[in-house]
Write a protein that binds this ligand. Structure first.
Ligand SMILES: Cc1ncc(COP(=O)(O)O)c(C=O)c1O
Length: 430
């Protein structure tokens, strides 16, 4: 196929003096197709190439996987088993019947439907805060919050293991708002955070607001931020605390309010909570920011992902609203998830693997090598258990892992299938 960029290098017969001045335009620069092929070939050779597994039915405790049949699913974020809950599904169907296929508009033009207001009021009620605003993903929410709320002279202090959407949101903010400062503290290290806060206060360029941002539950490690201690530090240094609780919402705390509830804080003690509707809360898609009415008003006026991108589809708004209603009505789902988490962690240890002691539903089994993680995941699939192996660049080189995720939808038989599969891996991969 003709590629208009293929011949660029060959046509650049520039004199050597100019070539020296412009080192980026060397004649030998690989073309886009060749460099892309090279990257894909390297991934394949290193056993790091990801394969998209295809599911032929709903997300649940087991899924119908193309080429494998029914397998126990231990890699979805369907923490409360609400993705295929009859009421959640029916709410989505009713939504599409009432509102049609989509909004065909961004929110501020003609894309705000009453179901958006209903959902946003529900999210605010769920966290006990003033207001919330939805986006088509939490990725978008994290790309909206910092560039919109932060200004020149502010500083954002971020945990080094924060989710990629936070990292990119902070980077974007620093590009859009010239003079906005950013720095990173060591993962979950309160001394490092204190040091960064003290440096920020002493920095003459820091003339505005200090923002501290963390995941509630860290998605790759399955550990949690110490929010009470972070709250204290933020109060001491006059900083705002932003928590992305995408993996904590619906999972942590007695009623599933999230990591802050697990640690005895109220929703109002976190200045801004971001989260996803694509995990415990129905699993469809969508994200949100919850916090003060003023900040939400500013996001409506100035948030680029909401000003220039379509609203959350109504069908998803309706099913997510129902999912939160079910969660608020049935906190026993959270209790079942917790019992399953305890049983699964015990089973993983019984199979001879180490797993972090943590109340979260993310149980990483570190195997270091990416190719090994992928091979182990493939073997587990043959045994009827679906667990994904993660390697570089999702996690740092040498930290490859199987990430086991637990759901309230799992029964004892599924957890036994997981444990039995891991025992086979222990024998075959030792
Ligand atoms: C901590 C965290 N934040 C944000 C996201 C993005 O969520 P969404 O799928 O709604 O964009 C994820 C998804 O993996 C996540 O784990």
């Amino acid at each position: 196929m003709h590629d208009p960029f293929c011949s660029i290098g060959a046509h650049r017969q520039v004199p050597s003096r100019i070539a020296r001045l412009r080192p980026m335009t060397t004649l030998a620069a690989p073309t886009f197709p060749s460099r892309t092929q090279q990257i894909l070939d390297t991934l394949r050779q290193n056993g790091q190439l990801k394969h998209l597994q295809t599911i032929e039915g709903p997300m649940d405790a087991t899924v119908k996987l193309k080429d494998y049949g029914e397998v126990a699913c231990f890699c979805s974020n369907n923490y409360l088993g609400l993705a295929n809950h009859p009421e959640v599904v029916e709410a989505g169907i009713a939504g599409i019947r009432k509102y049609g296929a989509g909004t065909a508009s961004v929110r501020f033009i003609c894309g705000t439907f009453d179901c958006h207001h209903t959902l946003e009021a529900r999210i605010a009620e769920f966290y006990g805060v003033e207001a919330s605003y939805t986006f088509t993903s939490c990725w978008n929410a994290n790309e909206a919050i910092f560039p919109t709320l932060c200004e020149q002279g502010d500083i954002i202090i971020s945990d080094e293991l924060n989710h990629a959407s936070i990292i990119d949101g902070v980077r974007l903010a620093a590009v859009i708002k010239k003079g906005l400062l950013k720095t990173v503290y060591r993962h979950n290290d309160l001394n490092s955070l204190r040091q960064k806060l003290a440096e920020a206060r002493a920095n003459p360029e820091m003339t505005g607001t200090i923002w501290v941002v963390t995941d509630g539950v860290f998605s790759m490690e399955g550990d949690i931020a110490d929010l009470p201690a972070m709250r204290k530090l933020c109060d001491e240094f006059g900083a705002y605390l932003v928590v992305d609780d995408s993996h904590g919402t619906g999972v942590m705390g007695k009623t599933g309010r999230g990591t802050h509830e697990h640690q005895g804080l109220a929703g109002t003690q976190i200045d801004y909570i971001t989260g996803t509707l694509g995990k415990a809360l129905g699993g469809g898609a969508g994200g949100y920011i919850a916090g003060s009415r003023k900040a939400i008003d500013l996001l409506i006026q100035r948030g680029r992902p909401t000003l220039f991108s379509n609203a959350l589809p109504c069908t998803i708004a309706c099913s997510a609203d129902k999912a939160i209603e079910v969660l608020m009505r049935e906190p026993q789902r959270v209790a079942k998830l917790r019992a399953n988490v305890d049983a699964a962690r015990a089973g993983i240890r019984d199979a001879g693997f180490e797993v972090l002691q943590s109340p979260t539903a993310i149980c990483p089994i570190i195997v270091h090598d990416t190719a090994k993680a992928i091979a182990m995941s493939k073997r587990l699939l043959e045994l009827g258990v679906f667990v994904i192996g993660f390697g570089f660049p999702v996690v740092p080189e040498g930290h490859a892992r199987l990430r086991v995720q637990i759901s309230a939808a799992h029964e004892a038989s599924h957890i036994k299938a997981l444990t039995d599969g891991l025992k086979v891996l222990r024998r075959e991969f030792s």
